[in-house]
Design a protein around this ligand. Structure first.
Ligand code: XIL
Length: 357
């Protein structure tokens, strides 16, 4: 049980201090925001603003120690055709990371989403094994020594409300059964034995009618992988937090503690607060976003020191949230730590606080 609830006050004064300190910084440098012992902060990167907006680049340079391409490593981007590999997006993000002494993470090798149409034709175990192995070998070896952490399997747990929650249907499960996950990790480990290999999942933290079951299924899967000797090193909690439900703090604490007991690390990989139901006034809205993130990060940190706190984007200007969760009042979503003018929001204060713990 998470016994004592530490509170982080999100006062207007403190928020002003954060933005004041940032404004006073003479120049943005690669070491800005970093000191030894801090939990690294990361964000996913979109190529278009990276190439066209100096302020976007500056925000990433000022705050991120780790980055991942938002797309670019998806099958649909990498492999528009079966025999074609296109690395241009991921290469461009890697060049930016390298030039700024940031580490690039790999998202993701095996996922049901963003699959090119040709993969629908995969229809036997042998073919599935061949395609998956070829993909992992080709992609990981290109970035060997550069990408040190891979989200090997993304979103393996089914999200239906059916009581028998198991694995999410995808072309790999259909052709290979549950062992597709073992195959992905074993292949990844063979290609780069030094890489940190993690599994990644969402919707396991809320007080809704699905999170507890999904969390249980996720933990069961992870325990099974460890018991089978599968080379898995860490567990990702995406952290796409939904405004309409509170956080199951005890559930999150118990989950992170169980992961720790299995000898695995915990990574916050895609944090953002899906804010479609929060009130319109900006101050209230932003404070609720921040406090919901605090409710999520606090029990994780009480159980284990996460290896990374990464958000899915850095600025409200570029976020996937409105694709699925537009607000009814027509106002823009504000799910990320910096607003659309790159000013820090209370969410940044929360993240910064936990990175220093
Ligand atoms: C999303 C991207 O942000 C979008 O740009 C893309 O169109 C679809 O994927 N969980 C994940 C991420 O693991 O890959 C998803 O990213 C968001 C949900």
């Amino acid at each position: 049980m998470l016994s004592r609830r530490r509170t982080l006050k999100l006062t207007a004064g403190a928020a002003a201090l954060v933005s004041g300190a940032m404004a006073a910084r003479p120049a943005l440098s690669v070491t800005a925001g970093w000191r030894p012992g801090r939990i690294p902060y990361g964000a996913c990167i979109r190529l278009e603003p990276l190439e066209s907006e100096p302020d976007y680049r500056a925000a990433l340079q000022a705050h991120c120690q780790q980055v991942t391409p938002e797309g670019g490593l998806f099958w649909a981007d990498l492999r528009p055709a079966r025999d074609q590999f296109k690395f241009d997006i991921a290469d461009a993000v890697l060049a930016f990371a390298d030039a700024n002494e940031m580490v690039m993470r790999g998202h993701t090798l095996v996922w049901y989403g963003a699959m090119p149409d040709w993969t629908k034709a995969i229809s036997s175990a042998a073919e599935a094994e061949r395609e998956m192995s070829t993909h992992i070998e080709r992609v990981m070896s290109r970035y060997s020594g550069k990408i040190k952490t891979w989200h090997v399997v993304n979103e393996p747990i089914n999200d239906t409300k059916a009581s028998a929650l198991g694995l999410r249907p995808n072309v790999w499960l259909q052709n290979l059964g549950e062992k597709y996950i073992d195959l992905a990790f074993r292949t990844a480990h063979a290609v780069d034995p030094t890489a940190e290999l993690i599994i990644n999942e969402y919707d396991v933290e809320c007080l809704d009618d699905m999170s507890a079951k999904r969390r249980g299924a996720y933990l069961q899967l992870i325990s099974n992988l460890v018991a089978r000797g599968v080379p898995i090193h860490g567990v990702g909690l995406q952290g796409h937090i939904k405004s309409r439900y509170g956080i199951d703090r005890d559930g999150v604490f118990n989950f992170a503690s169980a992961v720790r007991s299995l000898g695995l690390s915990v990574h916050v990989t895609e944090l953002d607060v899906i804010d479609d139901t929060f009130p319109s006034p900006i101050a209230e809205h932003d404070a609720m976003v921040a406090s919901r993130a605090r409710d999520f990060l606090e029990p994780i940190r009480a159980a284990i020191r996460p290896s990374i706190i990464a958000t899915w984007g850095i600025t409200d200007r570029y976020t996937w949230v409105p694709i699925w969760y537009k607000r009814r009042d027509g106002l823009p979503n504000r799910p990320l730590p910096f607003d659309d003018h790159y000013q820090p929001k209370p969410l940044w204060q929360v993240i910064d606080y936990f990175c220093n713990q």
